[in-house]
Write a protein that binds this ligand. Structure first.
Ligand SMILES: *[C@@H]1O[C@H](CO)[C@@H](O)[C@H](O)[C@H]1NC(C)=O
Ligand SMILES: *[C@@H]1O[C@H](CO)[C@@H](O)[C@H](O)[C@H]1NC(C)=O
Ligand SMILES: *[C@@H]1O[C@H](CO)[C@@H](O)[C@H](O)[C@H]1NC(C)=O
Ligand SMILES: *[C@@H]1O[C@H](CO)[C@@H](O)[C@H](O)[C@H]1NC(C)=O
Length: 424
């Protein structure tokens, strides 16, 4: 599985800071009065498990939206069409989860003071800007939440229950979930990487994501997985913009968990990053964009925190992920995943990464770099034993290779075009 690439290492850090989308500064924010909180207990109680939308009537969809979209103190209309509502931190959706009714918000992310390699010791830029930030900001003690739309719920029936990855079973694992990933097994307190961001072509009803996973438990039974990265998911959002996300499940993707704030689980404490909002992406032979993602266990409470860019933005509370909360992650993974529906038995043109094969290298193929795990004393360590998984290497593949720095061994290029003569 070893690949030898000829690579260009030259990399302009300045270029990373350039927005590839230039838009006018439109100050569209306006204050709205908090809506009357609805008391739809039957709907509310279902929110910790998101419901299959194809079984929902029009009024159920209406109620589900009312319950998902918590009232806020301010509404911001993003230039890309998203509506962002600033929801008071203690009134966010997560607290509708029965397991979190008595939860006291924890504002102390994992302390990484002892880290041998500091989180800021990366050469690439951590900075990223979300389009909505050009139109306003959320006050302290609130969190920006992208509102779910009626169309989002209506579309969802065709792929999977709303805002959830399709369950992993023997059939979907063998046929539909396609990966190009690096993984390591052991005892870990967290994972980090800087991920190149692109806008792959994605077929309707499929998705393409690039992310970090931390997992514990048993596959197809009680696998706990906490995940974060960027994805293109037209079924979920109605467009093909790359967006930043966080994901969790406590039952191997079966019935529990979801992306972002689309079900009651993730607790956000940061007022500046919107999960599910679009981020700048790279262009072929042009400016390159990265996001730095970390997922790390809180030593005190057992929560798993998500860091996006410079900030720990929130956490998956210990209550909803018992296997990860009471132990360590036993598997970490970094890389790409495509959900391929194989209509009429053929592969589709859904791309992974940049859509380009790994050997094309920098500014062509997508990459992960500065890959670390966290050990028990919160040091970032370069993994020495990465193994690769690529179920359909003629469709999507991965090759370990230096990216940012010729001496940095734990980086890789990954991705591919999907349908081609070798991937029918
Ligand atoms: C909010 O995020 C943007 C983009 O990452 C960053 O430039 C800005 O400094 C952040 N503001 C605060 C208050 O953290
Ligand atoms: C899935 O496959 C594994 C290994 O091949 C097998 O042990 C297991 O019984 C299968 N599960 C189901 C539900 O078919
Ligand atoms: C996952 O969490 C739900 C509550 O949110 C609980 O009912 C279920 O038993 C858990 N599943 C597993 C496999 O731990
Ligand atoms: C974590 O790594 C650091 C740096 O290599 C090392 O000093 C420390 O002993 C490690 N902690 C554990 C628990 O192995």
């Amino acid at each position: 599985m070893a690949y030898q690439y000829e690579l260009a290492y030259v990399k302009s850090i300045g270029a990373l800071l350039l927005m590839c989308i230039v838009i006018d500064l439109l100050f569209l924010s306006k204050a709205v009065t908090p809506m009357q909180q609805r008391k739809e207990h039957s709907v509310k109680d279902q929110l910790y498990a998101s419901k299959h939308s194809s079984q929902m009537s029009a009024s159920e969809i209406h109620n589900h939206l009312q319950a998902l979209n918590k009232p806020g103190v301010k509404t911001i209309l993003s230039p890309d069409g998203d509506t962002i509502v600033c929801v008071p931190i203690d009134q966010q959706l997560a607290f509708d989860n029965p397991l979190l009714r008595n939860h006291k918000i924890r504002k102390q992310p994992p302390s990484l003071a002892g880290a041998g390699v500091s989180f800021t010791n990366v050469k690439a830029s951590n900075q990223f800007q979300q389009l909505w930030q050009l139109a306003g900001n959320c006050p302290e003690e609130t969190i920006p939440v992208r509102q779910a739309k009626k169309e989002d719920l209506l579309r969802a029936g065709s792929v999977a229950p709303f805002a959830r990855k399709p369950p992993e079973n023997n059939e979907t694992l063998a046929q539909k979930h396609e990966h190009a990933i690096a993984y390591t097994g052991g005892q870990y307190y967290g994972a980090q990487a800087s991920i190149n961001v692109w806008k792959p072509e994605v077929q309707k009803n499929e998705y393409s994501l690039s992310q970090v996973w931390a997992q514990a438990g048993t596959r197809q039974i009680d696998l706990n997985s906490v995940e974060a990265g960027w994805h293109v998911d037209p079924a979920l959002y109605g467009d093909d913009n790359p967006r930043v996300f966080a994901y969790w499940t406590n039952d191997s993707y079966n019935t529990q968990g979801c992306f972002n704030h689309f079900c009651a689980g993730f607790i956000q404490v940061n007022n500046n990053v919107t999960l599910g909002a679009a981020i700048p992406y790279s262009t072929y032979n042009g400016a390159q964009h990265e996001i730095t993602i970390a997922i790390a266990k809180s030593d005190k409470w057992g929560d798993w925190w998500v860091k996006i860019g410079d900030d720990f933005i929130g956490y998956f509370p210990a209550e909803i992920i018992p296997r990860l909360a009471t132990g360590t992650a036993t598997t970490l993974m970094w890389g790409g995943e495509v959900y391929n529906t194989r209509p009429s038995g053929k592969h589709t043109k859904t791309q992974m990464g940049s859509g380009v094969v790994p050997y094309k290298g920098y500014r062509h193929a997508s990459y992960f770099t500065y890959i670390f795990y966290l050990n028990a004393t919160y040091y970032l360590i370069t993994p020495s034993n990465l193994e690769l998984i690529q179920e359909f290497p003629n469709c999507y593949s991965i090759g370990l290779s230096p990216v940012s720095d010729p001496n940095e061994e734990k980086s890789f290029y990954y991705g591919g075009p999907g349908l081609n003569s070798q991937c029918p």
